[in-house]
Write a protein of this length. Structure first.
Lengths: 607, 133
């Protein structure tokens, strides 16, 4: 068996397989985009035509939604945190249930293309629209950071190239596709992306499970003992950033490097509690030795299998996370646009129902791979690179050509995840920038695409990253504290006013953003983890409360046509009530830019 | 919580009916406005009541179900740690059940909406378009 005994430098074949996987994803998206550009008309530019059925659209929604966090991040979190990490996939899925019950059909009937459109349509305020656009951009940027980070990590894990290379590759593919009209066929492409991601994860996981079932159990880590995981063979680990390791019983390791700041060569004792290890230090573990784990990871395998094992201290953080994920999904800027593809509210409901099934099906796989990583990759618990678990799993478990092929498949799926999620986000951010921030002309949409990249790229280069799933969690917290109250109250309460909505968004969303910023830039003060990194339990109620109180105090600002708007949101619509043309005027600026872009591309548009 | 406010008029569920003005808000249009009339019609009240009657209890249920899981994990860790088969314990089964219930609730809602909400809405639309009001 060609197992890796150390982190070692991967051979060239790995490099070629990964590059081939990336090129395949790039070629596929570009060709599908060019095909789509021929087949569709101008008016489809941003959100595709509204003739696809709920099945296609559900796959497209899922394809766009399953980002770096879902593909790599959840496997990493389950690996590190055990059953506790189940909350991420459960929350990512349940968010669509809240969306279905409260907003899906009314939102579709509103005819709004974007969240700022909805705000302007419902409350008729240009000022509120600008505030909403600002939050679309903030949420989009927070969400883009983990995508670029995941891309960097993927390329780095397989080829040892620096982190920025992967981020740059994703940026180039996405920008090229947006410029050449890839989004023409966005529904078709995004729908296929879902199946690519599912296949890219399902095949390796099933192969590894079969391998696991047929393997000599002595050759891998065991999960049945109430002890820390142990190395099944001698292993060298070299963390590429400073780590804090936890052990329950004292142990000794061979080191080369600078643990505790002193250059050392020889054995180093690890005492129960925290042990600091500087980056670049090589730790050598003999076969059978226990695995010290980085802070934040679960030490014992027994506790790993139990939820909330880190004690009741994490109860608040867990509640906060549930609130953010459950209510944040409806406020994500890229989700609403997808619903425009459904012809009516009924189809929007059906789409959401199918999305729940597709997401549930998908999320079984990262959970299973987190479990497999616990068996085969204990060294990642030492160097903290848990997000790479999925990528390194085939090599750790199989070796040889099968590992290479499965690794390439996973890398391709991961790239599909970064590209599809990043495309949707960049289109939203650039759309917001070009319609509401920059003066609206064609050049601005192109320029806006570059501006949309700049901030997340700077973040990825400058700050030490969070776990992927946690990074995406920050975007959810801000979305839940800003757009969720706007949508829920806007759809269900006629008393909402523009002043109230603006005050609520600024108070809740602003505070949430201020709270997650330290976590996002990696300077989280210890002890404030629960409140700052996951503030939704406080900021969501604050946003709702502010909206209601301020709206009541500005009762004279309730729109005069509120009856008409609410009726339209709640009455089925197949024919007359919901004329998209009517609201189209609000959303047309972005379409006009799109149409102009399409004309310049060679006038293939037809009306 | 504010989401429990009725759609028409702030907390004035009882006064909404045929011919009544929506008391909350500032709708000052004449009574003949079909939109205002439709909004205060019995059909719309039925639609609203059915929707609320389904969505709010169901939301309470699924929130209670999610939070129950967290509470059990925090306060009954021994129960959650009971092994069922091999490495699979009660906690894991509960976690996976969350996916099943989420999908089940969505399915029930979609059926409910198609059977009980859409027909009422269609009647309202026909009446507005047909100029009944």
């Amino acid at each position: 068996m060609g197992r890796e005994l150390s982190t070692g430098v991967p051979d060239r074949t790995d490099f070629y397989v990964t590059v081939a996987a990336m090129v395949m994803i790039a070629l596929w998206t570009t060709l599908a985009g060019l095909y789509g550009a021929r087949a569709r008309s101008t008016s489809d530019f941003l959100w595709a035509s509204r003739t696809v059925g709920p099945r296609w659209n559900a796959a497209a929604v899922s394809g766009e939604y399953l980002s770096a966090a879902s593909f790599l991040g959840i496997a990493g979190l389950v690996f590190k945190g055990g059953v506790d990490a189940l909350w991420y996939p459960v929350g990512f899925t349940a968010g669509y249930l809240a969306l279905l019950l409260f907003v899906a059909a009314p939102l579709r009937r509103s005819g709004a293309y974007t969240l700022p459109d909805f705000a302007e349509l419902r409350l008729g305020s240009a000022r509120l629209r600008k505030i909403c656009t600002a939050f679309v951009i903030i949420i989009g940027w927070l969400y883009l950071v983990p995508q670029l980070q995941g891309a960097g990590l993927t390329v780095h894990a397989v080829t040892e190239a620096p982190q920025w290379v992967g981020a740059a590759v994703v940026m180039v593919i996405v920008t090229f596709n947006i410029y050449t009209g890839w989004t023409h066929s966005i529904t078709l492409v995004q729908a296929f992306q879902y199946w690519i991601k599912l296949t890219a994860l399902a095949i390796p996981v099933f192969v590894l499970l079969i391998h696991y079932a047929g393997e000599d159990p002595g050759f891998r880590n065991s999960l049945s003992a109430s002890a820390p995981p142990s190395f099944s063979q001698a292993t060298d680990v070299t963390p590429d950033h400073d780590v804090v390791l936890h052990v329950t019983k004292p142990m000794r390791v061979m080191v080369v490097g600078t643990p505790d700041g002193r250059p050392t060569k020889g054995t180093m004792p690890l005492a129960p509690g925290e042990n600091r290890v500087a980056k670049g230090t090589t730790l050598h573990f003999d076969a059978g030795s226990r695995v010290p784990v980085i802070s934040g990871a679960v030490v014992d395998n027994d506790t790993w299998l139990c939820p909330l094992s880190q004690g009741q201290r994490s109860l608040l953080a867990t509640y906060s996370l549930i609130v953010a994920l459950l209510l944040g999904t409806m406020g994500l800027p890229q989700v609403l646009g997808r619903y425009y593809t459904d012809p009516d509210g009924r189809a929007a409901r059906r789409t959401t129902q199918l999305v729940l099934a597709l997401l549930g099906l998908f999320y079984l796989l990262p959970m299973a791979s987190g479990w497999l990583a616990r068996l085969y990759l204990p060294r990642l618990l030492v160097d903290g690179n848990t997000d790479a678990a999925l990528l390194l799993l085939p090599r750790a478990a199989l070796g040889g050509w099968p590992a290479l092929l499965l690794g390439g498949l996973i890398a391709a799926g991961a790239f599909a995840a970064f590209v599809s999620a990043a495309t949707a986000l960049v289109v939203c951010v650039a759309g917001g920038l070009s319609t509401d921030v920059l003066p609206s002309r064609l050049q601005d949409f192109r320029a806006a695409t570059l501006v949309a990249w700049s901030v997340p790229l700077a973040f990825v280069l400058a700050v030490s990253p969070l776990d992927l799933a946690q990074g995406v969690g920050l975007a959810f917290a801000v979305a839940a504290s800003s757009f969720c109250p706007l949508l829920v109250l806007g759809i269900w309460w006629r008393g909402l006013t523009d002043t109230g909505a603006a005050a609520g968004i600024l108070a809740g969303g602003g505070l949430a953003f201020a709270a997650v910023l330290p976590a996002a830039v990696g300077v989280l003060p210890p002890g404030w983890q629960a409140v700052l990194a996951q503030p939704a339990a406080f900021t969501v109620p604050l946003a709702f409360l502010t909206m209601v109180v301020v709206s009541r105090r500005t009762r004279d600002r309730v729109p005069t046509d509120v009856s008409r708007i609410l009726l339209r949101l709640h009455a089925p619509d197949r024919l007359g009530l919901s004329e998209d043309r009517e609201v189209g005027q609000l959303g047309t600026r972005i379409w006009r830019a799109a149409a102009a872009l399409s004309r310049i591309r060679g006038g293939r548009h037809r009306r | 919580m504010s989401t429990t406010e009725p759609v028409g008029g702030v907390g004035r569920r009882s006064v909404v009916g045929v011919g009544n003005r929506p008391v909350g808000g500032t709708d000052s249009r004449p009574l003949v406005d079909p939109w205002a009339a439709a909004h205060t019609s019995t059909e719309f009240a039925v639609l609203r009541n059915r929707l609320r009657g389904f969505v709010f209890p169901m939301t309470t249920f699924f929130l209670a179900w999610y939070f129950l899981y967290v509470l059990l994990a925090a306060f009954a860790p021994h129960f959650m740690a009971i092994r069922i088969v091999g490495n699979i314990n009660v906690g894991l089964v509960f976690g996976l059940l969350q996916f099943v219930t989420t999908f089940a609730i969505a399915t029930i809602y979609v059926r409910f909406a198609n059977r009980h909400l859409d027909p009422v809405g269609s009647r309202i639309r026909e009446q507005v378009e047909g100029g009944t009001w």
